[in-house]
Each structure stands twice: as structure tokens, then as C-alpha cells.
Unconditional design. Sequence first.
Length: 318
Amino acid sequence: MRRQIPEVYSKVEEIGHVFNVNLEKVVGLKPDLVLMNAQQNSKFSKMMETNQIPAIVLQPKTYDEIKAAMVTVGKIYGSENAAVMKNKEMDDAIAAVISKLPKEHNRKIVILHATPSTVTVELENSIAGGMAKMLGFTNIAAGSTAIQGKPERTPYSMEALVENNPDIIFITTMGAKDKIEKRLQADVQGNPAYAALQAVNNNRVFVLPEELFLLTPGLRYPEAIEMMAKDVRKFAGRIRACGTVRNGPQGMACVHASGFCSAGCDRLLFIHCVRRCGYLSFPGYTNSAASPGNAPGSDYLEHSSAPDDRRRHGWPES
């Protein structure tokens, strides 16, 4: 959704698109100071210097860089304290998001970047990659060799995708939606191996919006972090702990919880210490060995259970 320009800027002179600035117009306006984005506008620094126009080049891509740019701009406007307070507000908002993640949320993820012409994989130094790292996710592309001239991306490989079999697939895009869909179908989704990925089987493929993940989200960083985190919370299911605690294999404690199916079908599941003790009742698994405890039993079932699973677990037939 395109955001509206604040009313205070409605009558400000237009100087072109962010990637196609009308420099003659900028010089003609004789500004007291020009703020430039390093990634998009640093090439104009020389012209500003030639025309004796003060300029500051900012690099607000990573979260730390965004906060540093905020303090710099705050100092320029004599509002450094307000900038520091805004940074604290963002820190608190992001910390709140992270605190709501399941304790065992270290999911394997991959971030595909799709354009009408190609599909690549984002590294940890990309905008989405940096957010995933902040959230504690494991990017399966971490450590891969970057594409020359594109330090944030590495070549896409279905073989590597299958080998690492990520829990969740995020997709960032740039360009016309219909052309991107055709590219994804040709390079990714049309490959039979794609259908075998656990992220695909569990409906854990999420498209991230361009306005937050293609270019830096700026002060909307907490909003972007929340958007990525909520997909992982869906993965863990809408859990309501039932309070039953049992011992898992090797003496590990296992806290059992009840909740709704994370796929959103509203069928109740009894979720047991996933990825910890092996006692679990989750789409694709049938090795639960515990009873439903004190959770309501009449609506319980497993998506991939054998016909006699309900009886085997001592659950009601209906």
C-alpha cells in the first residue's frame, strides 16, 4: 500500500524520482544542506561540492545505520534528544516482538529475491537478511559467495535448497508482479523438487512487501520485523499451554501445550515439545506417545495420522 506524503511536504518543490534526480533543479533551489542516500545518490557528491552546496551522505540500510542516521539528522535540526528517544522507542518495539517468539524459534530460512529476469538468494547483509538475523533465524545461504557487483545476494540453486530443506521460505520481489510470477514458476516452482521441500508442504512460503524489504524501511523497521516474525509465530501454531509437564527421552523436560492448527483450519492439535524430545503431534508427524492431558479431547486429531491413531493415543473417537 502506497503511503501518503505528509501534508507539510505537499507544496515542496519536486526534484524528480529517487533514482533520477534533476540536479539542475537542486542547484537552482540553492539549498542550505542536501541529505543524500549513499546507495542511490552518492554519485552527486562531486556536483554538490562544485556548486558549494553542503551535503551529507547517509547510509541508512541496516538497523544500526538507520539509528545512526536518525541521530545525525537530529543534531542537524537541533533535536538530538528526540532522535535518541525515537531510537529507544524502536529498540523497545523490536525487543517486544522478539520476546513473543517461541523459545525454540531458531528456524532454518531462505530468502529468495525474484525479479522478472532472475531469481537469487539474499545473504545476511541484505535488508531482509539482517532482519532475519536479528530475529535469530538461521539463513541457509550464510557464508555463500556473493554475486560480483551484488554483495547482498548469491546465486540461486535448487540443489542447495533441497539439501538444506529450510523450514520457511521468504520471497522479496522487484518489478511487475505478473512477470515475477512467471519467473518464479520457470526457475523455482516448476521444478518437481520444489514440491518436496518441507516449507512448501507446510505452507510456509511468504512474500514480503517491497515497501519494507526492497528499500530500507527506515523508521518502519519495527513494523517490518513484526511482519517477518509473525510468520514464524504461525509456524509454531496458536499455542495455549495446558500446563502438563512430562519427561522426554534422555530425561529432558517436555512442556506439553494445546493449540489450534497453525495452518489455520481450526482443528485442534496437541503439540508436544517440537524438535526437543520427539513427542509431537504436528502436521506431518505421527509419533506422539502422550495422552491429551487435561486439554479438551472431543475435537482432537492429527492431520497425517493413521486411521487408528486416535485410539492408539487414547483420544476420543469423535
